[in-house]
Design a protein around this ligand. Sequence first.
Ligand code: HEC
Length: 315
Amino acid sequence: MKMKHTITFALAGFGLVLALGIVSAGSALALGFDKPLDELTARDIRDAVEADLGARRAGMTAEEVEERVAEAIDEVVADLKEAEHAPPRDWSFNGPFGAFDRAALQRGYQVYREVCASCHSMKYVAFRNLSDKGGPEFSLEAVEALAAEFTVVDGPDDYGDMFDRAGKPFDQFPMAYENDNQARAANGGALPPDLSLVAKAREAGPDYIYALLTGYSDEIPPLFKAQDGLNYNPYFPGRQLAMTRQLADGLVEYTDGTEATEEQMAHDVGQFLYWAAEPKMEARKALAKPVLIYLIILVVLLYASYKRIWREVDH
Ligand code: HEC
């Protein structure tokens, strides 16, 4: 019975591969180019289509050939819009016993505050969280000072009016704009997403944030046409987004004296956003060691008692 299933699956799999092969044989990507897709020009595609049609081309009208070429270009462009996977990074918090790098979290906060906060909110994080254990662990005085740098809306007062005041540790990070429409209007129609959870909401979160921030490139594939007002970035879905390149060497001056290269800032803010999305990570991982030790002791005890109970029984 099992054998039968295996054969059926194998046959089905083989059929699927064959079918895919037949379907893709007719596509531009099967034409065989001698360059990578992101270097192809319209001329290369035309040459490849013409070579592929070969003698058949004589029986086709000029429009039919043009149509083939246009289709092939569309396909290559569609393929160029597939986002690249962010390369995995060696974060200190990787692995079952990983922990945050406290200094990197503090620097990451500085990058968020000085660069990102003007557009992106972090509404699920309160200032006091910045002093929580397992986070950036700023001192309480430091948190009071950095909360006071923000203005928050409070109220209503005795007259029913809302009023502005300096932030307090118990406040959440205020919104960067008064409402989503204002945020869109200021950003060419695109909404800068709230960053509290983005590191968990995207596949390979911190790797993706790092790759996105450092991935802006002027080397746009010749066939890729970014829409007006959008910027080319191979890591964003569709490879174009409204956010412009945000980081450049020396943009912030780190209070701890670390050199603020673009990569360093992306690394620090990536780590900070991961903490924001998973503030209890360290507490969760800290449990791994005692649980493992407990289980090992339990196994030893169980084995010993098994030996003892069955000591006099032939088995
Ligand atoms: C001038 C405003 C502005 C600043 C400053 C800014 N961003 Fe953005 N960001 C945007 C906009 C607008 C989008 C949405 C882009 C889109 O949808 O096309 C965006 C998108 C993003 C995304 C992608 C989210 C997703 O959907 O995958 C991330 C991550 C991000 N920003 C992080 C940052 C970080 C980190 C900083 C600070 C270093 C920063 N941004 C600074 C405006 C900004």
